[in-house]
Structures are given as structure tokens and as C-alpha cells.
Ligand binder design. Structure first.
Ligand code: PAF
Length: 293
């Protein structure tokens, strides 16, 4: 396994793999602090692709001024040790200057999908995500790139970005990985005490209740949202930021649920930590969550 810090070196290594060796490349973009959620993506990349690249970059442009950029967990040594066990070929770990050189001034904005849900609470977040993902895709030109369904809006935005800007990469979205308690695994769970992590399972329970109610025939979006909110708020440590019931493809808000896939997305604070989670409702499909491997 090689750790690459320079964009130019990453590009030329990837070019060689594609052209001279005719092998497929899978990219798993991360901000480090690797956990089971990331590792499920790495496993699938390893299964599907000849060469696996994991990028580790805490992207400054996707954090708001009062968010946790400074405190975001960083431990490249530990991440490298974990990835060695997963037979990863390259870690791309550039500095901020390498990705955003002096006078950087080009940003990517996926309009229409970026302003609601997470975008309403975190202005410019998805502009930062879409920009860095575009840079990573252009640098590496992977055949496949892997993302988690836990960040459902991000996955939708990246699919749209790849389609609109004609990137030659297939986006693979894999199920949310959960703790035994049901809490969706996230790097930010590191901020939580053991008791808070346990309390965090209420979000998944709330989504499961809404799903059950939908299965029993509830089609009023407001009622499902209220059920989720009220259930999360039974845990006094939580403050709900939003619960949204939206069309799973357009993220349009709905009043009455018609016969099409629906996303229920939640964001809630426990102390200063903001957790997100979601579930899909559809007549045909099952929920895309798995328990920790
Ligand atoms: O999901 C993440 O960890 C980040 O948003 C991503 C896709 C690596 C871009 O910085």
C-alpha cells in the first residue's frame, strides 16, 4: 500500500493503472476517522475492483464557520493501519493546499438538491462536497466510487453531479451500517459518551415506527414526520433540527404520499453533536440498513 499526498502523483499512478495495466479502479472517498460504515464500502470496492484507492481528506469547504472542522477527528496513522488489513492499494491523503491551491476559485453547485434538508441547516455544505468529489473524480478517474446511504442527500447529489458533468464513474451506494442499538455509525459518534450513544438509538427507533405506520397504511407525510419527531423527543437529551418526508429522488416535500419512493430524513442534536439518519419507504424495496459486520 502506498500513501500518496500529491495530486499529480495520484493522477499519474491512476493513469498508468487504467492505460497500461487495463485494470479497474474503485475510489472510496472519506474524511478519515474510519469506522465500520467506511469499511463496508472498502470491502465492496475490493470485491468489485482490481485496484482500491481510499481518499482521506477533511474537506474544509464543506464545513460552516461555526462547525467542527478544527475538532474533526484526524488520525492518519490509525486509518493507515486499518486499511492495511483491508488490502487497499493506495491512500490518497492530500493537504488542503494540494486540493485548494492559492487563488482556487471554481466551485461546483448541484442546484435544486442542495438547498433543502442538510443544505438548509448547513449552507454551502454540498457546494463543498460537490467540489471536492469533482476534484477527486477528475484526479483519479475511478471506474466506481462508493458512498453510504446514511448520507442519502449527499449520495443523490453525487449521482446528479456525475450525470450532469458526464464523469465516467459509476456511483455505488451501500446500506447504512448500524451499531447493535440501531444508531447509524458515523465518525461524529466519537464525540458521544457511552450513555449518549445508547440514547442515540432513539433516532432509528423513531424511523422504524414511521415505517411501521406507513406499512399499516398511513399516507399523510405530516403525521409520519410528527411521529418521528415525537419519538425522538421522548429522549430529553435530543433537540430535533428537522424531520422531512420527501420524494426520494427530487427531495420535494410532500403532503400526501403517493405510490413512489419516499425518504424520511432526520437531523437531531445531542449536546453539540449533530446526528443524521434516514429511511426509505417504498412498496417494493426493503430498508437499506445493515447491522455492524
Ligand atoms: O461523506 C464524506 O465523508 C464526505 O462528505 C466526502 C464524500 C468524503 C467528501 O468530503
Amino acid at each position: 500500500m502506498e500513501i500518496i499526498n500529491r495530486r499529480q502523483r495520484m493522477s499519474s499512478v491512476a493513469r498508468k493503472i487504467r492505460r497500461e495495466q487495463d485494470r479497474t479502479i474503485g475510489l472510496v472517498p472519506t474524511m478519515g476517522a474510519l469506522h465500520e460504515g467506511h469499511l463496508s464500502l472498502v470491502r465492496e470496492a475490493r470485491r468489485m475492483c482490481d485496484i482500491v484507492v481510499v481518499s482521506v481528506f477533511v474537506n474544509p469547504t464543506q464545513f460552516g464557520p461555526s462547525e467542527d472542522f478544527e475538532h474533526y477527528p484526524r488520525d492518519l496513522t490509525k486509518d493507515t493501519a486499518v486499511l492495511t488489513d483491508y488490502n487497499v492499494d493506495y491512500i490518497f491523503a492530500p493537504s488542503a493546499e494540494e486540493i485548494y491551491p492559492k487563488d482556487f476559485s471554481t466551485y461546483v453547485n448541484v442546484e435544486g438538491l442542495s438547498e433543502q434538508l442538510e443544505g438548509a441547516s448547513r449552507p454551502n455544505h454540498f457546494r463543498g462536497v460537490a467540489t471536492v468529489v469533482s476534484i477527486l473524480l477528475n484526479t483519479i478517474r475511478p471506474d466506481f466510487a462508493f458512498f453510504g446511504q446514511k448520507d442519502a442527500q449527499q449520495a443523490l447529489i453525487i449521482r446528479r453531479l456525475v450525470r450532469d458533468l458526464a464523469f465516467d464513474t459509476e456511483i455505488v451506494v451501500l446500506p447504512t451500517v448500524r451499531e447493535d442499538s440501531g444508531l447509524a455509525i458515523s465518525s461524529r459518534n466519537l464525540y458521544l459518551t457511552a450513555a449518549e450513544q445508547q440514547a442515540g438509538s432513539v433516532i432509528h427507533r423513531a424511523l422504524a415506527k414511521a415505517k411501521e405506520s406507513y406499512k399499516k397504511g398511513e399516507r399523510h407525510a405530516g403525521k409520519l414526520a410528527e411521529l418521528v419527531r415525537n419519538t425522538v423527543e421522548t429522549e430529553p437529551r435530543f433537540r430535533v433540527d428537522y424531520v422531512s418526508v420527501v420524494d426520494a429522488e427530487t427531495l420535494e416535500r410532500l403532503d400526501k404520499i403517493e405510490d413512489r419512493p419516499i425518504l424520511i430524513a432526520v437531523a437531531a442534536y445531542i449536546g453539540k453533536t449533530r446526528l443524521i439518519d434516514n429511511t426509505m419507504l417504498s412498496k417494493a424495496k426493503k430498508d437499506s440498513s445493515v447491522a455492524k459486520a
